[in-house]
Design a protein around this ligand. Structure first.
Ligand code: PHE
Length: 341
């Protein structure tokens, strides 16, 4: 009987060492020490032994029981510790892995260019003046000296509304009248940035909705030289020191004389390339001396006051400066474009 007990103990201890998890030690407990365990069965059968044998075998069986219980406790402790080690290893964080770069928002390319232009002009003493995107026919055309049925109106394909005479402004120039009428007869230096609309076919060069920035200076002895100096300074700050500008005669009903202004090509410096179509020049804006009729409509006496005005497309400046060749990219919400420019 004792030999049987010793063998059981050896077997049990070996099996316990093989148990790799708490679940396996539980199973081991049931196998040997539990209610239906093999050692328990032996202990229960002690009654069948002879009087002489019973105390000896009983004592040994109880010793083995205690030894196994002790061994179980130790094994469970080390298995639990191993399990914690395994979990920690599995959940380990590699602190040397580079983090994921957060996607940051940024200013829209139009707003970047607009702010840059506003900053440059502010330094020259221009103040931002807000004026509406929805205009009357009068402000957009009539007061700006467009005669009724004048073909110049067709230069600008207008979006009309269901209300008579109410239109979406086709340029920022109507803001000139709002500013003049607010401040006349004080001298003014204002810029008017904002959205404009033209009912045009959308192409790489023209959108139905775009931004312009208008400049207007009115005072007692404002001359064409002031316009020239202002625009040269602007071009140098916007497109780089040493830039040249050139004036070409043009026509706008609200300025006289009127000019279109070019800057020497920022890509080739004037030698001729694809960007400037081999001309060496890039058109950046329209400008001129404020027409006497417009001064009068604004509340200034043309005999006493003179002024200059200019207007330019904001996307166009952004395109030239950042090498964008299609204006449609600005409002097609392609994140790759928005992130790059
Ligand atoms: N309003 C003109 C345009 O949209 C630009 C301009 C503004 C020209 C001011 C002269 C003076 O083309």
């Amino acid at each position: 009987m004792n030999g049987q007990l010793e063998a059981l103990q050896q077997e049990a201890l070996a099996a316990l060492t093989a148990a790799q998890s708490l679940t396996e030690t539980e199973a081991w407990y049931h196998e040997y020490l539990g209610r239906k365990g093999r050692l328990t069965a032996i202990l229960r059968s002690l009654g069948q032994l002879s009087k002489e044998e019973r105390p000896l075998v009983g004592k040994r069986a109880n010793e083995i029981k205690e030894a196994l219980e002790q061994a179980l406790k130790q094994r469970q402790e080390s298995v639990a510790a191993e399990e914690i080690q395994r979990t920690l290893a599995a959940e380990a964080v590699d602190v040397t892995l580079p983090g994921r770069r957060p996607i940051l928002g940024k200013l829209h390319p139009t707003n970047q260019a607009m702010r840059e232009m506003v900053e440059i002009l502010k330094q020259m003493g221009f103040q931002v003046f807000d004026s509406p995107e929805v205009e009357t026919d009068d402000y957009n055309f009539g007061l700006l000296n467009f005669p009724p049925d004048h073909p110049a109106r067709e230069m600008q394909d207008t979006f009309f509304t269901t209300r008579p005479n109410v239109i979406l402004r086709t340029h920022t120039s109507p803001g000139q009248l709002h500013a003049m009428r607010k401040y006349a007869p004080e001298p003014i230096r204002v810029i008017l940035p904002g959205k404009c609309y033209r009912n045009e076919d959308v192409t790489a060069r023209s959108e139905m909705m775009f931004y312009q920035i208008e400049g207007l200076a009115i005072g007692h002895r404002i001359t064409f030289s002031d316009l020239k100096g202002t625009l040269l300074n602007f071009a140098n700050q916007m497109y780089g020191e040493g830039r040249k500008i050139r004036f070409r005669k043009s026509y706008f009903p609200f300025t006289e004389p009127s000019v279109e202004v070019d800057v020497d090509c920022i890509l080739c410096g004037g030698a001729g390339c694809r960007l400037c179509k081999q001309t060496g020049w890039l058109e950046i804006l329209g400008a001129g001396m404020v027409h006497p009729v417009v001064l009068k409509n604004g509340g200034y006496d043309p005999a006493v006051f003179s002024g200059f005005a200019f207007g330019m497309g904001i996307e166009r400046q952004a395109m030239l400066k950042r090498g964008v060749d299609d204006i449609r990219l600005f409002y097609s919400n392609d994140v790759r474009f928005l992130a790059r420019v």
